[in-house]
Write a protein that binds this ligand. Structure first.
Ligand SMILES: [Zn+2]
Length: 346
């Protein structure tokens, strides 16, 4: 067993004008202190002579803005590019995804989806933090009679906490990922232009948790092949929409307080992703936002970690039955629990 980490919360206290933002640079300063002998009977304050002599120039210049901390996270945006292989990001290329990766924490080699690399089960794990046997979405079609993903997912938690929750997907079967009562907005938008039209007004309105799903890569992969020109082209188009989403966050003053997680439900090869090759299982995993450290991770990350990281970032309670573990080290914190291997039975 492991103990739950402390959850931060609330906002930082306002800082009075004129308060120094960074402490003085100590390492580059030597100090000599000469104090007058304590023989005086004077009641005046002791006299002391302090001489500070810089021995070298400071190794860094203080910046005018404080380093963002994870406590600044006010909302989380989870983006899923359906069927996105990590090696397609550079090949497409996807400059906005690349910029998030370069400015944050990313894994292109060690993150994988569940052992059944299919759209509905994998996305259910992404948002619930649960193994497939626990969320029960063992099918990859829209089976409304099967109800919704079981267990407590991150949308349940965020909605319960009073956050505005938004889900924009481009496959209707993803309705089964979360109960309608936990999504304030749920829209199905087919094609990148429709996704853009659906998402931008929701960013303007504000949110606590948003999930945006681009189906293009998967659709083109099945038709033309993974890594084909058509597959890469639609990924480029999705990336352009992501760029507009980021711009909308900036325009509405939300970007500096938003954690963005970009990941995928599975990869693919030839014209399928049936799980015979590592290219089917491997996914990109990227986190960018306040307090997130610039680094590449090469330890095991699983798709369930997305829900856990989002919950941790929002100060929501982690669930004991989750297989997902927050990627603590994304925030520069000790990774107090790691995956020793595949955490699910199936
Ligand atoms: Zn998929």
């Amino acid at each position: 067993m492991w103990s739950l980490p402390n959850i931060w919360g609330g906002s930082l206290a306002p800082v009075p004008a004129g308060t120094p933002i960074l402490p003085p640079v100590q390492a580059a300063i030597t100090e000599t202190l000469t104090e007058a002998p304590a023989t005086s009977t004077s009641t005046s304050a002791p006299t002391a002579t302090v001489t500070r002599t810089p021995t070298s120039k400071p190794t860094f210049a203080p910046t005018l803005t404080p380093t963002p901390s994870k406590a600044d996270i006010k909302r989380v945006l989870i983006v899923s590019f359906d069927g996105l292989r990590p090696d397609a990001i550079e090949a497409a290329p996807m400059p906005n995804v690349t910029e998030l990766a370069n400015g944050g924490t990313y894994s292109y080699t060690s993150a994988t989806t569940i052992d059944y690399p299919a759209t509905s089960p994998s996305h259910a794990s992404m948002l619930s933090g649960l193994c497939m046997e626990d969320h029960g979405v063992i099918y990859n079609k829209y089976f409304m009679y099967m109800g919704y993903s079981k267990g407590v997912d991150v949308f349940d938690l965020a909605h319960e906490a009073g956050m505005r929750t938004v889900m924009i997907v481009s496959k209707d079967k993803l309705r089964q990922l979360a109960e309608p009562e936990t999504t304030d907005v749920f829209e199905v938008a087919y094609g990148e232009p429709a996704i853009e039209r659906a998402v931008l007004p929701q960013i303007e309105e504000g949110f606590g948790l948003m999930f945006v799903h681009f189906a293009g890569g998967d659709n083109r992969g099945h038709k033309y092949g993974w890594m084909s020109g058509e597959y890469l082209k639609v990924l480029r188009e999705g990336d352009a929409v992501l760029g507009k989403m980021i711009q909308a966050l900036k325009d509405n003053g939300l970007y500096e307080t938003t954690l963005i997680i970009v990941n995928a439900d599975h990869g693919g090869h030839d014209k399928n992703h049936i799980g015979t090759l590592i290219e089917d299982f491997r996914i990109p995993w990227i986190a960018h936002g306040p307090g997130v450290v610039q680094q590449e991770l090469t330890r095991l990350i699983f798709i369930m970690d997305t829900a856990a990281t989002a919950a941790y970032a929002l100060g929501l309670p982690l669930q004991e039955d989750w297989a997902g573990i927050p990627v603590y080290e994304a925030f520069g914190e000790p990774q107090i629990k790691v995956h020793e291997g595949y955490p699910c039975k199936t």
